[in-house]
Design a protein around this ligand. Structure first.
Ligand code: NAP
Length: 247
């Protein structure tokens, strides 16, 4: 579905980003991906995917929260691959705590990594997409950005911000055939959610109509659709992958 295309995916050394990179590679897509600190994991992953699917794949250590690093990254990826067709703003972190205890650092770190990063990379790729008169941008938000969640004021605000950003970019760039959509996962089994207590994870799963946490593949399949020509008339949307958690 993505033969000959190139995707830039932030935060793909593990978790959802890694799942997206694998499904995209399986569908013929070349992959540029970033990570914050997992150098060994990223190198091993790049080698595994190149061997398995024969696509070009390069990992870049780059802090998505840093504007200058993101602009340099975008330039480097375009130079390395020739062209980029898909941008996935996936990198994200949590610093969960109740508002009473939340520090300014915990607020800033989450907003910068989850929300400012989307501004940074979209800005970095914008002229390239406008020049190509095509592009698909996918922003990884969360059901929590729609519903809110106690103990996650910083995270929920960052994810809600991404939804407003997505709709605005879709309106600005639609006439140039650049699409922008948001994907809102519910409870997905990754290191991010494994950090939660077993009982909390079970309690979450019990509230989900499909009675299980999602897999990274569940999220990746939606991204594949939104990145491909199967979705050329879809922009400005927030689509949940949540087993029915959000209706
Ligand atoms: P994860 O397993 O913790 O992986 C996070 C990825 O982001 C890693 O590759 C990490 O790199 C990278 N990263 C973190 N900070 C970065 C930075 N400043 N610059 C560049 N890369 C950075 O997380 P996940 O569960 O896959 O989540 C991925 C996205 O989905 C996030 O935006 C998250 O908010 C969203 N989401 C997840 C769930 C869920 O249930 N898991 C639900 C809704 C939304 P290193 O390995 O180097 O640290």
């Amino acid at each position: 579905m993505l033969q000959g295309k190139t995707a830039l995916i932030t935060g793909a050394s593990r978790g959802i980003g890694k799942g997206i990179a694998e499904i995209f590679a399986k569908n013929g897509c070349n992959i540029a991906f970033t990570y914050a600190s997992s150098v060994e994991k990223a190198n091993a992953f790049a080698k595994e995917i190149a061997d398995k699917y024969g696509v070009k794949i390069l990992g870049y250590q780059s802090n998505a929260a840093d504007f200058n690093q993101s602009m340099e990254l975008a330039e480097k990826v375009i130079a390395d691959f020739g062209t980029v067709n898909i941008l996935i703003n996936n990198a994200g972190i949590t610093r969960d705590t109740l508002m009473l205890r939340m520090t300014e650092e915990q607020w800033d770190e989450v907003i910068d990594t989850n929300l400012k990063s989307a501004f940074n990379l979209t800005k970095g790729m914008l002229k390239h997409f406008l020049g190509n008169k095509s592009g698909s941008i996918i922003n990884m938000t969360s059901v929590v950005g729609v519903m809110g969640n106690a103990g996650q004021a910083n995270y929920a605000a960052s994810k809600a911000g991404m939804i407003g950003f997505t709709k605005s970019i879709a309106k600005e760039l639609g006439s140039r055939n650049v699409r922008c959509n948001a994907v809102a996962p519910g409870f997905i089994e990754t290191e991010m959610t494994h950090a939660l207590d077993e009982n909390v994870r079970k309690a979450w799963a019990d509230t989900i109509p499909l009675k299980r946490g999602g897999s990274t593949e569940d999220v990746a399949n939606l991204c594949l659709f939104l990145a491909s020509d199967m979705s050329t008339y879809i922009t400005g949307q927030t689509i949940s992958v949540c087993g029915g958690m959000l209706m």
